[in-house]
Design a protein around this ligand. Sequence first.
Ligand SMILES: Cc1ncc(C[n+]2csc(CCOP(=O)(O)OP(=O)(O)O)c2C)c(N)n1
Length: 547
Amino acid sequence: METLEREGVTHIFGITGAAIIPICDELLDSDIRYVPGVHEQGSAHMADGYARASGRPGVVQVTSGPGATNIITGVATAQLDSSPLVAFTGQVPLGMVGTDAFQEVDIIGVTASITKWNYQVREASKIPWAVKAALHISSTGRRGSVLVDIPKNVTTEEADFDYDVEVRLEGYNPVYEPDPREVETAVEVLSQAERPVVIAGGGVIASGAGGELREVAELLQAPTATTLMGKGSIPSDHPLCLGLCGMHGFMANLVVPEADVLLVVGARLSDRTTGALAKFAPSAKVVHVDIDRSEVDKNLDSFSRVVGDARRALAAIRDGLRIRGAKRSREWRARVEELKASCQWRNNGGEVTTPRVMKAIREALPAHAQVTTDVGQHQMFAALHFDVYQPGTFHTSGGLGTMGWGLPAAIGIKAALPDTPVLAICGDGGFHMTENNLTVAVDEGLPVTVVVLNNSLLGMVAQWQRLFMEGRLSAVSRNYSVDYVELARSYGAEGVRAESLEELGAALRRAVASDHTTVIEVPIDPGENVMPMIPPGMGLKDILTED
Ligand SMILES: Cc1ncc(C[n+]2csc(CCOP(=O)(O)OP(=O)(O)O)c2C)c(N)n1
């Protein structure tokens, strides 16, 4: 606990249990704020949300066995989105490991493939080292999940406390400063580009490189697309912003395949971003900037690469471009405008369509408000229609696509940024997976606003069935007899049902101005599809625009 304090940890999210009673006892004498959860998955997502909003490691602490297995989804979610999550799990005493003791699970084995690093502490004297190493590894280089397993006897043993123990990790040397030769090649390629395009990923937000990204894009006059994790890295209202690239992208999907040079920054080019790789950017030289060398050439061959921190790499590229200049082709600008003009969004349906709900939410929120989404249609509608003006204000489960993430992550963000309004946009399906965390928001004084887009359907799956399974809807209808207003009230939160955009706007403004947790249910049409869409495995230009 003292090591955590000295390392600047402010919050621990978790649930106690037999194996961690001695650790929890120390909370009584600590300045660290303990946020008791209602299910360990929610606690892990809270720590993840805290980490994403603060840039500092988020800490979750749970007991052995079921406590540990309950955080697996949270650990994997954070790892896939490169969020610095540190999980401490209790374990049966070392002498009982391997005996199938009560609440024994080999959590080191279970989480080996979903953590950046995991470690079992076997001597009390190693605790300060393990805690420091965990915080360090999770939050440096490419960030990610770390798990430290502590057998119970280790927590009751006596040992000398040595905070100053050095953390030296052979072979772990993240590269921040880019190699000038790599930068030089990248600048040369970029300065010769006739049709440059930038794709910005979550790495731009993680390294705080929004300003440098804009400068490079402007120097090149390069239209700039984002991945889902990179949303917000360039403001939605910037003239060069192309929005999302990939399965539910629009303008970006038409522009990227025509690039002759593609600058990819802090993005791993997942299938959801590229579609069929052969059609992604067939004639482009790819310049890949990433802090994780193993991402370069993983999914797409690069022409040139810069390994390092996105902010430093973009600053170096910017400086190089200032000297070398860029082509800034007029024809390319005209072509991009032509492609953009062909992407007109039409409101299909009545007044309260989800895109309009997204715009109403945006209008009611200040630019610095923090927003999370859950997973499903509403998430993709948010990616398309919810404008983001400041990097790091939009958070979503991109890699794992974890339903149930939005609400607990929002609570974790509120813990990190108590003076900032925090809002979660959820579908009814995902909301119910972790809705019990409302009680944490209310009782722990971490008020958030939740908008539940209620289509009484597992909407995204229904969409795939409508589009690709001849409309055979299976396993998707949800006939909950839930009264959302009453449900919210029973947790001590405000509950509102908004049936028009006006009612929604008014409810949101009230909620954001108050210090109460509020749930706003917005009934929506179960027949809506998120369009445009590229069918899985197709190319970026194979866009379906009509249902
Ligand atoms: C934990 C988890 N289980 C299942 C899925 C598969 N899945 C993806 S989207 C979706 C439907 C989401 O429904 P809802 O939360 O109501 O949101 P909507 O799509 O209607 O906006 C499902 C079941 C998932 N992503 N995560």
